[in-house]
Design a protein around this ligand. Sequence first.
Ligand code: PGA
Length: 299
Amino acid sequence: MHRITLRQIHIFETVARYQSHTKAAAVIHMTQPAVSMQMKQLEDSLGIKLLERHGKSITLTREAEALRQYTGNIMQSYRALESYVDDLKGHEQGNLVISATTTANHFISRILSRFSRLHPNVNLSLDVTNRKTILTQLEYNEPDQVIMGEPPEGMDLDSEIFMNNPLVIIAHPDHPLRNQKNISLNKISKEKFVSREPGSGTRIAIERHLKKYNVNCNSGLEMTSNESLKQAVAAGFGLGIVSQHTIELELKSNYLCILDVESFPILRHWHLVTRKGKPVSLIASAFRDFLLEECKQLN
Ligand code: PGA
């Protein structure tokens, strides 16, 4: 076996997890050809075929699956080493890796920017992504902390509520239902909706809520971000359901309005989530305290 590098092991682990060069490249901020080249060099150095290619998709060979027992341990030890070294340096240096669901981005960037002013030598990394990717990241114990609307069931996690997350129905300010009180769900179900993509935590919560009341919403358009959803609602395409935290500016500027609908807002909470047993670095713990304090004012 020729010499292999930690970087190659990291790339291999990421490709193995996502079963895709393109997704792995996006996660580790490399280009797709660079990932393919590193995988090829790793195969050459090990003298083992790692991937089976089937048209556009890839799967791991049996040998590659067996190797993961070792590469997974190496990456876990490396992360523990990083966090130990960070702790040796105290609060003021080191790395903090945070993942947040798309909707959380509306408040987390502001909070991180304030945290970073207090800890200028800490390297912060924020990955804003959809719930499905976050579940994979949690499974592989990647981020130090995760901010999401709802921790998944059946995973060994520590989770803590730090803020309310009300979901409201939004409309164009000239919408005919604007001034009505306690609009019935039955009436609302006749309206056209702009909805989030499958896999969005917000969408899952809405579907569960409507099912409880035995109503369906008529989705005319699907959007993968709150920003585009709000644009579509403001353009008069239909109604939308979003976290109230995403519409602060639009309400102030009368660009959107909230409708008063029975059983709304849907009451949800934001959670700070980590894998059970993951060592919590001093920086991660300082961030937790900071987040809780900042969000007290937003509740
Ligand atoms: P999302 O996030 O709808 O942007 O995925 C909300 C959540 O985490 O539930």
